[in-house]
Design a protein around this ligand. Structure first.
Ligand SMILES: *[C@@H]1O[C@H](CO)[C@@H](O)[C@H](O)[C@H]1NC(C)=O
Ligand SMILES: *[C@@H]1O[C@H](CO)[C@@H](O)[C@H](O)[C@H]1NC(C)=O
Ligand SMILES: *[C@@H]1O[C@H](CO)[C@@H](O)[C@H](O)[C@H]1NC(C)=O
Ligand SMILES: *[C@@H]1O[C@H](CO)[C@@H](O)[C@H](O)[C@H]1NC(C)=O
Ligand SMILES: *[C@@H]1O[C@H](CO)[C@@H](O)[C@H](O)[C@H]1NC(C)=O
Length: 529
């Protein structure tokens, strides 16, 4: 028996143990964001569910196309990548605040993605009025396409939300969890959050976060609703209410590696699903390059969404010149060819990241802070340098820095000296690696297997047609009631009125006393005269 067959058998045995077994169900899953990391985060979940005997229809921009997996139908949404084609996230970060980026760019991308899915010929066939397709549960990526929730209504199935990057504040708000405008867990706020913020910054964040929430609930969601109504008819529930009523929400915020915040019990944590315990071997070329690396190597990659060709020449040189001066080797994922490349650098457009991170000679990973890459780095205990550009990257790097396993490079403030100092600091300080090993141990020490737990919850929702017992009534309260804002307002008003009354009384009393005194004085002076 080969290792793959053994592994498969092992997984099958393990999955059969997940209790209690349930009749095979039909599951519809839609992962709409055209980004490799969003897709790869869930692939093993779909595989495992289908191996449990369920029948899956998965709408994905990156199908696995593995013929050995039965009962997994993938509908290819690869065309959605066109919506992000040519996106320059570096420029976006330089030109916009996070709210402006959401309002001016991401809202309309969300609309295009939702519309593309409803328009897809195979999807149309599925939800057409005369279609006999039935599903027992509908799983939707909640990031940018809430307009797809009504598909659950169409199939009369409970709705599950899923996210590979954590939740937005407006998701927390709709579930009844607190909105915390300046907490470092607010990934959508990019570099606006962090530690020890000044009162001014917190005031700013408060206004921006609530303004964003207002825009999402009063503009983005109604526009998504309109798209859904265009394809499913007017007779569908409000997507706002559907999200409030969502059965469970599966997200990737493993406690050991993310900022802890209060959440509702319908939010289920998963993570590391895509991390390979035995990544494939390196290519001959790379193996040859790394064979002669007595001082190890540094791996640099900014993921699939950030392109180094969007970087300034100054920035590229800061990295290249520092790399050239180092005694170790560098493996660099890059979309441009350097004319004057130093011999200790290996450049490629695509690299087997997990195989490189698992390589015994790796000493440091320079990356953009994506969550899936962070999980891979922690699994392989590789110290990090983060250069965040987009979305949740800032939050993850802040967390890694706070755990003492990473350094933060600020894009606006990069020079040869700064890059060199960050790299040499980590290479010369053993504590980064030691803390990484401790973090890995803590992250992997859990009372249950996350994949098993997630499957259990999905099957729970199927068995009970939802999980309404996890719904908090806070989700139904208006904002001012949730935070007792009306009561704070009453007290503030009462204090104000009392203060004003007191001041008026004091003023009147002083006036009377003063008047009497002057009158007395006048009387006295009259007498003297
Ligand atoms: C595929 O799913 C259907 C419906 O859930 C089930 O009846 C069938 O046994 C499954 N087939 C396999 C090979 O697992
Ligand atoms: C925040 O402030 C506290 C108290 O002054 C300090 O101990 C801590 O190191 C600061 N954190 C950061 C990340 O600067
Ligand atoms: C949400 O749940 C409540 C309580 O169960 C129900 O009355 C309401 O119709 C539901 N709304 C939607 C849109 O599912
Ligand atoms: C080429 O690289 C070397 C060493 O990195 C550097 O000294 C030289 O100035 C570079 N030449 C050009 C034309 O960039
Ligand atoms: C980088 O820093 C190290 C240690 O501080 C120093 O020895 C080295 O000369 C620096 N290299 C460059 C290219 O500045």
């Amino acid at each position: 028996m080969g290792p793959t067959a053994k592994m498969t058998l092992w997984i099958m045995c393990f999955l059969c143990i997940v209790t209690p077994f349930l009749e095979a169900a039909r599951i519809l899953a839609i992962i709409s964001v055209p980004s490799y990391s969003h897709q790869v985060a869930f692939q093993s979940l779909w595989t495992a569910l289908s191996r449990r005997g369920h029948e899956l229809v998965v709408l994905t921009t990156d199908p696995v196309n593995d013929p050995s997996i039965t009962n997994l139908t993938e509908i290819d949404l690869h065309d959605s990548y066109n919506t992000l084609k040519g996106a320059n996230h570096v420029k976006g970060m330089e030109q916009y605040t996070w709210v402006a980026l959401e309002r001016n760019i991401f809202f309309s991308i969300g609309h295009t993605l939702t519309e593309n899915i409803y328009k897809h010929s195979e999807v149309r066939k599925m939800y057409a009025p005369d279609s006999d397709q039935k599903f027992d549960v509908v799983i939707v990526e909640i990031v940018k396409t809430p307009g797809l929730y009504p598909l659950a209504h169409r199939f009369n199935a409970p709705l599950i939300g899923i996210s590979s990057i954590g939740l937005y504040s407006h998701n927390y708000y709709l579930f009844g969890a607190p909105v915390l405008p300046s907490h470092p867990s607010n990934w959508e706020m990019g570099k606006a959050t962090g530690f020890n913020l000044s009162l001014w910054q917190r005031l700013n964040n408060f206004i921006q976060q609530w303004y964003h929430l207002y825009c999402v609930l009063n503009h983005f969601y109604p526009e998504q609703q309109a798209i859904a109504e265009k394809y499913l008819g007017k007779n569908i529930p409000d997507i706002n209410d559907m999200e409030r009523n969502i059965s469970i929400m599966i997200h990737t915020q493993q406690e050991a590696i993310s900022f802890i915040r209060p959440i509702t019990p319908n939010i289920i944590t998963f993570g590391n699903f895509h991390v390979s315990k035995k990544p494939p071997a390196l290519s001959k070329d790379l193996n040859k390059f790394l064979a002669d690396a007595p001082n190890g190597f540094i791996y640099m990659s900014l993921g699939t969404n950030i392109h180094m060709s969007h970087f300034s020449k100054h920035l590229l040189n800061a990295f290249h010149d520092t790399f050239a001066s180092l005694p170790c080797k560098i493996v660099w994922k890059m979309d441009i060819k350097l004319t004057n490349k130093s011999d200790n650098i290996y450049i490629a457009k695509w690299l087997p990241q997990q195989s490189l991170l698992a390589h015994p000679k790796i000493r440091l990973f320079i990356y953009q802070g994506g969550l899936q890459s962070t999980e891979e780095a922690i699994y392989n205990a590789v110290p990090l340098i983060g250069l965040p550009i987009l979305a949740d990257q800032f939050t993850h790097i802040n967390k890694m820095v706070s755990l003492g396993v990473a350094k933060y490079l600020n894009y606006q403030d990069i020079s040869k000296e700064i890059v060199n100092e960050s790299i040499t600091d980590i290479l010369n300080d053993k504590r980064y690696k030691e803390r990484m090993l401790k973090l890995k141990a803590r992250n992997e020490d859990k009372p249950y297997n996350l994949l098993e737990n997630t499957i259990w919850w999905i099957e729970f929702v199927i068995r009970h047609k939802g999980a309404s017992h996890l719904h908090s009534t806070i989700a139904d309260d208006p904002w001012y009631q949730r935070y007792d804002m009306d009561i704070v307002a009453i007290f503030s008003l009462a204090i104000c009125v009392t203060l004003i009354c007191t001041l008026v009384i004091i003023y009147k009393l002083l006036k009377i006393i003063f008047n009497r005194n002057t009158k007395n004085q006048v009387d006295v002076s009259k007498k003297i005269n």
